[in-house]
Design a protein around this ligand. Structure first.
Ligand SMILES: *Cc1c(COP(=O)(O)O)cnc(C)c1O
Length: 628
């Protein structure tokens, strides 16, 4: 017993000492200092330099625990000024941002105050391509750490990164702080850096302006997210990790016989997607065939009604009437690059079947769509479309003869045809790498929102992004470029059917429990003994018993707020959009629009809603419901 616990303790210690420390710099306001201190960073920085808006001008620093090193930041200050400031504010470290010489540092280091209190000296160097690392040598003995920042107009606080690969020439063993425009969205860059040789000597990360509401005022939630993830092996908040997980959700739970197919895709998808010729063909087709960019439309009358600023991302204007085509275009190009000439897909309501049959016709590839026998009868127009487009529609006659059974048939087909066949999955679900691949293809939605909103509102970030969730592909695309901008709130809208407690719904985040569906671990609606519950929603596209693993993770971490909307609420919101804006939305999208009756937004909030599809396909439903 005793031995084991000792070993554990030692192991923990070891990781601790290797852990990258965190310095949060540019603190200014007392309340904010206390909130940030409660996150227990290793260093808090206070700038004593009156040419910056982050200049610390209070008389004291109070309520910062001893465990956090209070660091004074100076630019070419007199030694006497530094001594006085360190004494007055009880600082444990000083950071020198000017042209302080090795001699200057040695004087400081040998003062009684510094030797007695072990005050640390951090010397800053601004790095660019022409930086000569040999100049560090004389500083080695007279300071405790180096700090590498971006070379810019001001000493520090320039808000952008230098090329960290320059540190591959680092000739020293002195531990350093890494600084300069580091933000939450830099998780990928930091992960990459962690595998480099130079990272061995990276003692701390220094963050500042990218975590601010205004100069000196820090965003506590964003800092918290950053700190919590800094020392994960793969610093990853909301994107998939290298094993295919979003937090605890995702992975690839597949029959062994499917392994070679999925593994081939996993090994190649990122490489293929990053090829310039792939990107070029994808973008060209999105533009000329799909009709992108889809407009970001300011819905004036809807905004007036709800006294807030509502923008609609018009995926309904895409060729074939919804966002699904973004993904099928991407996957058909992937299939071609992988040398596959036979395409299979499963479909429930037929929308994904149509989007797949469309791109197969476009590329002249064979297309087989599996569809439950019941669904074939219910969705005659989509079956006709697929046939006109040249696809073979194969009925799934087992089980409940719906989507789940069609999926099983498609998987069986893929196992039997591993060499020449690609399986196009239609949402951000399935075994890794599907959820990530589909998300990346749909990410064009938020990529466009960013520059379009910049044109409309002079800023890239709205206050909210909103999307309905079936499996979660239009939502994943709408959120993607905002996932790490914590000031953009995320709302995910699920179908509550006849009501969350009615037994007839698809509100997975409320009713779902962890389980495995279609090859990934996620939240899904199931009975106590693990049987998947038959979902219900008036909209065929939201009628799915699970959500993609990214969304399960967003629900679990609280990054996204989940709302459930009933059939009635959605239908009324759909009709309202017709009357107010002259747009007939898909019933799926109507769910996202229905949140405005449920939640009050501020007049100057900017809310971007994904209008995932058009309502032509739902006309019969609308007619029956409203007795039109
Ligand atoms: C299929 C569909 C959805 C639901 O699918 P996600 O993968 O969750 O986006 C939503 N809206 C429309 C119009 C659809 O066709």
């Amino acid at each position: 017993m005793k031995d084991t616990s000792n070993i554990t303790q030692q192991a923990t210690k070891q990781t601790d000492s290797a852990a990258i420390k965190l310095k949060i710099c540019g603190m200014k306001y007392q309340d904010n200092i206390e909130q940030v201190a409660s996150l227990q960073p290793d260093y808090l920085g206070f700038i004593f330099y009156d040419k910056t808006p982050r200049n610390y001008d209070a008389k004291t620093i109070t309520n910062v625990p001893e465990s956090i090193k209070k660091t004074g930041v100076f630019v070419n200050a007199e030694i006497s000024t530094i001594i006085k400031t360190v004494t007055d504010y009880n600082l444990q470290a000083v950071q020198l941002h000017g042209h302080e010489s090795p001699y200057y540092c040695s004087i400081l280091k040998s003062t009684k105050l510094f030797t007695k209190n072990k005050v640390e000296i951090i010397k800053v160097f601004s790095v660019n391509e022409s930086f000569n690392f040999n100049q560090l040598e004389p500083y080695e003995v007279v300071c405790d750490y180096f700090l590498f920042d971006t070379k810019g107009k001001l000493p520090g606080g320039n808000g952008y990164k230098f090329d960290w690969s320059l540190l591959n020439n680092y000739p020293s063993t002195k531990p350093f702080f890494l600084s300069g425009g580091i933000g939450l969205s830099d998780v990928d860059v930091i992960n990459k850096f962690k595998t480099s040789e130079a990272s061995k000597y990276c003692y701390a990360i220094d963050i500042n302006s990218k975590f601010e509401i205004e100069p000196g005022l820090k965003k506590v939630s964003a800092l918290k997210a950053f700190k919590n993830h800094l020392n994960n092996k793969n610093m990853n908040l909301y994107n998939v990790d290298e094993k295919g997980y979003y937090g605890e959700f995702g992975g690839a739970y597949i029959p062994e016989m499917l392994y070679p197919n999925v593994e081939e895709l996993r090994q190649k998808y990122l490489e293929v997607m990053s090829e310039p010729s792939f990107k070029e063909e994808f973008n060209q087709l999105l533009k000329d065939y799909v009709g992108r960019p889809s407009p970001l439309y300011f819905a004036k009358r809807l905004s007036e009604k709800y006294n807030t600023k509502i923008y609609l991302k018009r995926e309904d204007l895409n060729h074939t009437g919804a966002h699904k085509i973004n993904n099928t275009i991407g996957q058909i190009l992937m299939a071609k690059r992988l040398g596959k000439h036979r395409i299979i897909a499963e479909t429930g309501a037929g929308q994904h079947g149509v989007a797949t049959a469309t791109v197969c016709a476009l590329m002249g590839l064979e297309c087989i769509v599996y569809m439950g026998e019941i669904d074939i009868a219910r969705q005659a127009p989509n079956v006709a479309r697929m046939k006109m487009l040249g696809a073979t529609v194969v009925p799934a006659k087992s089980g409940s003869r719906t989507l789940k059974d069609a999926t099983n048939e498609a998987i069986r087909d893929w196992i039997n045809n591993p060499i020449d066949t690609h399986y196009i999955i239609g949402s951000a679900i399935g075994p890794h790498p599907y959820p990530d691949m589909v998300t990346r293809f749909q990410a064009v939605i938020s990529e466009e929102i960013k520059w379009q909103l910049l044109e409309h509102e002079n800023k890239e970030n709205p206050d909210y992004v909103v999307a309905c969730i079936g499996g979660g592909s239009n939502a994943a695309g709408t959120y993607y470029h905002y996932l790490h901008d914590e000031d953009v709130k995320i709302i995910a809208v699920e179908a509550a059917g006849l009501g969350v407690d009615s037994g007839e719904s698809a509100a997975t985040s409320v009713l779902g429990k962890e389980g495995i569906i279609h090859g990934c671990k996620t939240l899904l609606m199931q009975t106590n003994d693990g049987q998947i519950t038959e979902p219900y929603s008036i909209s065929a596209g939201l009628d799915y018993p699970g959500v993609g693993p990214m969304h399960a993770h967003l629900a679990k971490t609280g990054r996204a707020e989940f709302m459930s909307i009933t059939d009635d609420q959605a239908m009324n919101a759909g009709l309202e959009l017709c009357k107010l804006e002259g747009i007939i939305p898909a019933i799926e999208s109507s769910h996202a629009l229905a949140i405005f009756e449920q939640k009050t937004f501020k007049p100057d909030d900017i809310v971007v809603v994904s209008l995932s599809g058009r309502g032509d396909k739902d006309l019969n439903n609308y007619i029956e419901y409203f007795k039109i």
